[in-house]
Unconditional design. Structure first.
Length: 162
């Protein structure tokens, strides 16, 4: 009987420790996201590259990656390409090589690669995605920014084609 109680006690302690680790990890990530959202706007170069969208677009996405990041090239870049196919006229994607841009990486508290930061027209961070962000999430974040700044334009963009 005491052996069973001891095992149950150990199991409860392990479960509690696991819950505490997960909870503190989530709080840490949430805190870093809030810090990134509160970061001062960065001065970014214009990106005239036509593949990356118009440089005068009201929404910019900073795509932090590195040459060694397989997920960046296999998942995140295709998701960003799909986003550009549907919102090219309002979105610009700025590629940031994280190891080559330590100041920008620190400013936005990048934890992992890939990381995408969605900026409004003023350069203020409106959404932070640590890790892979699917096209649907990015579209929702871009549309939320557009709805705040230009609701008529946003309705035209999201209206389904007949």
């Amino acid at each position: 009987m005491t052996d069973t109680l001891l095992r149950l006690g150990v199991l409860a302690l392990v479960g509690l420790a696991l819950w505490l680790v997960i909870w503190s990890g989530r709080r840490f990530v949430e805190h870093r996201q809030q810090m990134a959202l509160q970061a001062a706007p960065a001065i970014l170069p214009n990106t005239p590259d036509s593949e990356m969208g118009e440089s005068s677009a009201p929404v910019r996405i900073l795509n932090f990656s590195s040459a060694a990041c397989h997920q960046c090239f296999r998942l995140q870049k295709p998701a960003l390409r799909r986003l550009l196919e549907t919102r090219r006229e309002v979105v610009t994607v700025v590629e940031v090589d994280a190891p080559s841009a330590p100041e920008l990486t620190r400013r936005y508290h990048v934890l992992t690669l890939p990381t995408t930061i969605v900026l409004d027209a003023a350069g203020q961070a409106q959404a932070v995605n640590f890790g892979f962000a699917p096209t649907e999430r990015l579209l929702a974040q871009v549309d939320a920014i557009l709805a705040k700044t230009d609701p008529v334009r946003q309705q035209l963009l999201t209206k389904p084609a007949l």
